[in-house]
Write a protein that binds this ligand. Structure first.
Ligand SMILES: NC(=O)c1ccc[n+]([C@@H]2O[C@H](COP(=O)([O-])OP(=O)(O)OC[C@H]3O[C@@H](n4cnc5c(N)ncnc54)[C@H](O)[C@@H]3O)[C@@H](O)[C@H]2O)c1
Ligand SMILES: O=C(O)[C@H](O)COP(=O)(O)O
Length: 636
């Protein structure tokens, strides 16, 4: 990186930090390790110091408070104090740390290493995982690592992304991840074929006793009559769960000449028809099948769905393949069904507990077992590694991943269009909450979006999350992002309702204005109350920048940068000069100023943007001006 560019970045970061806090140091650092990856604007919902966009494009500068907040958040200090952090510690942390706790393909690791410090620590005990995790921004796992609530607690807010290098996320506590604002992404496509091929391999091996016959030969025997198998052609195969893997198994089984039926309450019938598969009920499927192959996820609904009762409905001599999850089968019930001959054979790649301990199933002579090998081909592992590395790196850069498991997906085009409104939303939330008088609990917030667009063409989840962030963060120690915004609002008893109002403006522009209203509270600036007695602030995006355009019933027009003084006074000449003079005398630079009034000679409010926070004495002098009736200082 060129020295000049480096210096410019440092200065810009300092400037951004200074816009919310007095800088502790103006000195720069000669060696820093800022990333060089080029990225267009990314939402900084999950980003941190390392995600500061290079060259500080104008779009990046529109989000200083987000960037600063995230810089502060990851600077190893949970305390979001008003003191600017030491630049040295910021830059020391400029690369994220990614912990990879299970073996990952080289191509994925290379990708991760080009972006982050990568710690490959396999076979960690739960205690070791918990002690490492607070130093990590992301964690990549396969199915062997239990990412439970303790892990999120131990992360102390630093862990932003959990990447599951594979499909099943039953080893990740999604509820806890969401509560802790941690995004969970998976790699849902790259191992589909491998899993389907493994199911077919198990089906054929089981039908022809390949594993048992092989073991027998290795024991020096030649048992041709013992290992007579069954044919697959013409037999009915029931696929339980007709998703990615299930449908690929169906295609292959049809190639073997099998009659394939499927059960999946959520699969579209036309997709099944296209492959020549009939979708039928659960009971129909299990009672007519010669072979049953399981391909549903493990959820509370599917847990132990194959149990004494359902085994009793199966055709005697049925053969079962499980390449999905061990937990969908009641293993004790399967053992009984095998012993009684209801189930002739089972081929199992997955188990309730992995590795299984002293499992009678594994040792059963009619069971073919593999140690969770469904996804284990070289090709699938390389594919999964790249898929998850891209998802995790993207998420750390602030992208909303297409494979997010616990967050709404916001397409990139929507994201870039809403970008300036995202900043506006947070600032309006932040302003509105500071106008609430101490002691009034906030219960109900209404957001009004004025837009020329059809409601279906305006995705407001991101804006709502940012307003929530703006409202909650100044008054609590919660860190809000798109993942946890709704959860934390609910937890704090905050009801956020939204209303769309048609605006006769250009539909090319997603929003005309956003208004944040807080009802049933007192305000420390009475003029912020609307006719309905709600604190009300309205904003618009002008020239790509967020502007405050209304406070209560007063129209104003001030860019939402730095800090703001709102001041209500008698509408008379000389007020701007008087208040501006006080600020100037005390070295407070005025960046913007706007006056709004009800009627000439009646009341007016001044909205004054200031670069620095005036000290108490300066604020008192403003309050002492006889025509000033009330005023408030608001940090943005
Ligand atoms: N053994 C392995 O190594 C391996 C490899 C890949 C996938 N898997 C597992 O295979 C399963 C399927 O993976 P996928 O990629 O096809 O997922 P998928 O999401 O594409 O498909 C799962 C399907 O199950 C259906 N389903 C949900 N609840 C159901 C229910 N109660 N009854 C019937 N169907 C139901 C869903 O509608 C969906 O169509 C997952 O459990 C995954 O973890 C295992
Ligand atoms: O859900 C999956 O993707 C498979 O079960 C693969 O698990 P693994 O990554 O532990 O092999």
């Amino acid at each position: 990186m060129k020295k000049e560019e480096t210096r410019l970045k440092i200065l810009l970061i300092s400037a951004m930090i200074a816009s919310t806090a007095p800088s502790s140091s103006s000195s720069s650092k000669s060696v820093i390790n800022l990333p060089t990856y080029a990225t267009p604007f990314k939402s900084s919902f999950l980003s941190s110091s390392f995600s500061i966009p290079p060259r500080f494009s104008p779009s990046a500068l529109q989000f200083p408070s987000l960037i600063i907040k995230n810089v502060l958040k990851t600077a190893d200090s949970p305390n979001l104090s008003s003191t600017a952090p030491n630049l040295d510690s910021l830059f020391a942390n400029s690369k994220p740390t990614i912990l990879v706790s299970e073996k990952l393909g080289d191509a994925g690791l290379d990708l991760l290493k080009s972006f982050a410090n990568v710690d490959c620590s396999y076979n960690l005990s739960p205690e070791d995982l918990c002690s490492k995790i607070s130093m990590c921004d992301a964690l990549i796992v396969r199915s062997g690592t239990k990412v439970n609530r303790q892990v999120f607690e131990a992360a102390k807010g630093r862990l932003k992304v959990v990447g599951r290098a594979g499909v099943g996320i039953d080893n990740v506590d999604l509820q806890a991840a969401t509560e802790f604002g941690c995004l969970v992404v998976n790699a849902p496509t790259a191992n589909t074929i491998a899993a389907a091929e493994h199911a077919i391999a198990l089906l054929s091996a089981m039908a022809r006793n390949v594993a048992q016959a092989d073991a027998s030969m290795k024991a020096g025997k030649w048992q041709r009559s013992k290992y007579v198998g069954v044919s697959m052609v013409g037999k009915t195969l029931a696929i339980m769960g007709f998703g990615k893997v299930g449908s690929e198994v169906a295609r292959r089984a049809k190639g073997l000449g099998m009659h394939v039926v499927a059960h999946d309450p959520y699969a579209p019938a036309d997709r099944a028809r296209a492959i020549g598969v009939e979708l039928i009920s659960f009971d129909q499927a299990i009672s007519t099948a010669d072979f049953i192959s399981l391909h549903m996820p493990l959820t509370p609904t599917t847990s132990k769905v194959f149990n004494d009762e359902t085994f009793s409905k199966m055709k005697k001599g049925v053969r079962i393949i499980n390449v999905a999850r061990g937990g969908v089968i009641d293993e004790d019930a399967l053992l009984k069904a095998l012993d009684s001959g209801v189930v002739a054979q089972a081929a199992l790649d997955v188990f309730t507990e992995e590795p299984p301990k002293d499992s009678k199933l594994v040792h059963h002579e009619n069971v073919t077992a593999t140690p969770h090998l469904g996804a284990s081909t070289k090709e699938a592992q390389e594919g999964v590694a790249v898929e998850i590395a891209e998802a995790v790196v993207g998420a750390l850069q602030g992208e909303l991943s297409a494979t997010a498991v616990n967050a709404p997906m916001v397409p990139p085009e929507v994201l870039s269009e809403l970008a300036p409104y995202v900043a506006l939303a947070e600032k309006l939330g932040r302003l509105a909450v500071q106008l609430v008088a101490g002691g009034s609990g906030i219960k109900s917030v209404k957001v009004v979006y004025r837009s020329a667009r059809d409601p279906d063409d305006l995705d407001t989840r991101l804006l709502r999350a940012m307003i929530t962030k703006g409202i909650i963060e100044p008054i609590s120690d919660s860190i809000i992002n798109l993942v946890n915004a709704d959860f934390i609002a609910k937890q704090k008893g905050l009801r956020i309702s939204e209303e769309r109002v048609f605006a006769n403006s250009s539909p090319g522009c997603p929003l005309d204005s956003i208004t944040v209203q807080i009802s049933n509270v007192k305000s420390k600036f009475a003029s912020a109350l609307s006719d309905n007695d709600e604190i009300s602030v309205e904003g618009r995006v002008k020239y790509g920048m967020p502007h405050l355009t209304r406070v209560g019933s007063f129209g104003v027009d001030v860019s939402l940068e730095g800090n703001l003084i709102l001041c209500r006074q008698v509408d008379q000449p000389g007020m701007i000069g008087m208040v501006g003079g006080i600020l100037g005398e005390n070295n407070v630079n005025v960046s913007f100023m706007s006056v709004g009034r009800t009627f000439r000679g009646k009341k007016a409010i001044m909205a004054i943007g200031v670069d620095e926070e005036p000290d108490k004495n300066t604020l008192k002098k403003i309050g002492d001006v006889p025509a000033v009736e009330e005023f408030v200082f608001l940090g943005l």
